[in-house]
Design a protein around this ligand. Structure first.
Ligand SMILES: NC(=O)c1ccc[n+]([C@@H]2O[C@H](COP(=O)([O-])OP(=O)(O)OC[C@H]3O[C@@H](n4cnc5c(N)ncnc54)[C@H](O)[C@@H]3O)[C@@H](O)[C@H]2O)c1
Length: 428
């Protein structure tokens, strides 16, 4: 196999996760360029991948403005709000693109991206990494085997551990609807995608409830200061106190989000002025901290998706009830579990989930890169997803948000027609 060259745009957390694939599999993928405005992140990345000076860019704009196409592929790991404009241009220039999810936080732009990929004939694959994990592939095989019978009802929970909620959706990048998008899109487009992929059918109707219940000024402890570093009287009793969470030496998430300089001192300095030192009750957050979505599938099965930001453990848990058996599952970096309780025999069957590698998201981070490379070489695997297929999961998330805000039930056929008509209007 000849290594495929790529440029990583956005050398943050995700850019490094995919860059790691190239470091571990140099015969399959070579990172030949980077576009990243933060000099610390950029220099570190250039050093790791030994990138030539003329392939180092300060941002995606200068990369795409520079003469022509500079490599066959781009992995676009910028923040959500940059995805649309940058990816449209990448596709126009002839790049095949692996794009981080969500595709874009603006509904009609999602349709435009799919149309652009189809018009240009380029591969646009969205990083719905769960499809590429041994866990979800095993669950799909169980359902396909018929062992559960016909699926009648299922509950799927996306449980965020409490500090992940605070880190990303209260203090951090995804805290505001206007700059990132509704939380149900940003956090759960994965979950919708995986459910559609396994059930192999669309949603007919959907409704949703949820709110920002906890991270509000009125819930702040008495006398709480604006920043945890200002001598807050609640420091010892608050589970979100920032120096407890972040003032540490070391590397990795979530410490790198505060500072890429891997020292306690550098992180403390950031906490005094940056977003992650703010009191979680006094931030400018407006996205929900809990939401449920109820769905009726085309065959009448009912599905409940629960997204919750007060978890004790970061994991997805699920229960699938079929006419023959019930499946219980837990997808967690602390250990996966899957077992089937057969109704007639009473037998309990453990389903082994064998790790393929130790990459993030249960092996999905490397799995998706491998799948992207295979598809580029004309060998698409079973998990590969087209941009149009990814679009459906995004539409469900946007519809859920509309339902939550309007307290309405959404007919998905009508909703799709409305979204497509709107995107066509914009195009004219
Ligand atoms: N697939 C998943 O499971 C998953 C998980 C987490 C995040 N994400 C998504 O990945 C994307 C990146 O998230 P992240 O956690 O890596 O964020 P991040 O902030 O760590 O990285 C984004 C990087 O983009 C850089 N950037 C900003 N402006 C830029 C520009 N004009 N040109 C080039 N780069 C620019 C930033 O400096 C930063 O280093 C987001 O869309 C996020 O929603 C996906």
């Amino acid at each position: 196999m000849t290594a495929i060259d790529t440029i990583i745009v956005g050398a943050g957390s995700r850019g490094n996760a995919y860059g790691q694939y190239a470091l571990e599999h140099p015969r399959e993928l070579r990172v030949v360029g980077v576009a990243e405005p933060d000099p610390v992140r950029r220099d570190r990345f250039v050093g790791l991948h030994d990138i030539a000076p003329d392939m180092i860019f300060n941002d995606w704009q200068s990369l795409l403005a520079s003469r022509g196409k500079r490599a066959p592929t781009i992995i676009n790991c910028t923040m959500d709000r940059f995805h649309f404009e940058s990816t449209m241009r990448m596709l126009e220039l002839g790049y095949d693109v692996l794009l981080e999810k969500p595709m874009t936080p603006v509904l009609r732009e999602n349709v435009r991206l799919v149309q652009k990929a189809e018009e240009t004939g380029r591969q646009l694959q969205v990083c719905h990494v769960l499809r590429y994990t041994p866990f979800w592939q095993a669950l799909r095989e169980v359902v396909d085997s018929g062992a559960l019978g016909r699926i009648v009802s299922l509950t799927h929970r996306e449980n965020l551990i409490y500090y992940h909620m605070a880190h990303s959706f209260v203090r951090g990048n995804w805290r505001q609807q206007s700059s990132s998008g509704p939380m149900i899109l940003c956090k759960c487009c994965h979950d919708f995608d995986i459910l559609l992929w396994i059930l192999k059918q669309r949603v007919r109707h959907l409704s949703s409830f949820g709110s920002l219940a906890h991270f509000r000024p009125e819930n702040a402890p008495e006398g709480a200061t604006e920043r945890c570093t200002d001598g807050c009287p609640a420091a010892d009793t608050c589970k979100y106190e920032a120096t407890k969470l972040y003032a540490r030496d070391g590397f990795g998430w979530p410490l790198n989000a505060v500072s890429y300089i891997p020292t306690k001192a550098a992180r403390l300095e950031q906490l005094e002025s940056g977003p992650y030192g703010r009191c979680v009750y006094k931030c400018d957050n407006d996205v929900v901290d809990h939401q449920t979505v109820n769905m009726e599938m085309e065959d009448g099965a009912t599905v409940t998706l629960v997204m919750n930001g007060q978890g004790d453990e970061e994991c997805r848990t699920m229960r699938w009830d079929g006419t023959e058996a019930t499946l219980y599952g837990k997808f967690s970096s602390g250990g996966n579990q899957m077992r089937i309780h057969h109704h007639l025999s009473g037998e309990i069957e453990e389903i082994p989930v064998i790790a393929r590698d130790s990459s993030g998201h249960g092996g999905g981070d490397f799995g998706i890169v491998r799948s992207f490379l295979n598809a580029l070489q004309g060998k698409p695997d079973d998990s590969v997803t087209t941009a149009r297929e990814s679009l459906e999961s995004h539409l469900l998330a946007f519809a859920a948000e509309e339902s939550r805000l309007n307290k309405s039930v959404i007919d998905m056929a009508e909703y799709r027609a409305r979204v497509y008509a709107d995107a066509d209007d914009q195009r004219r």
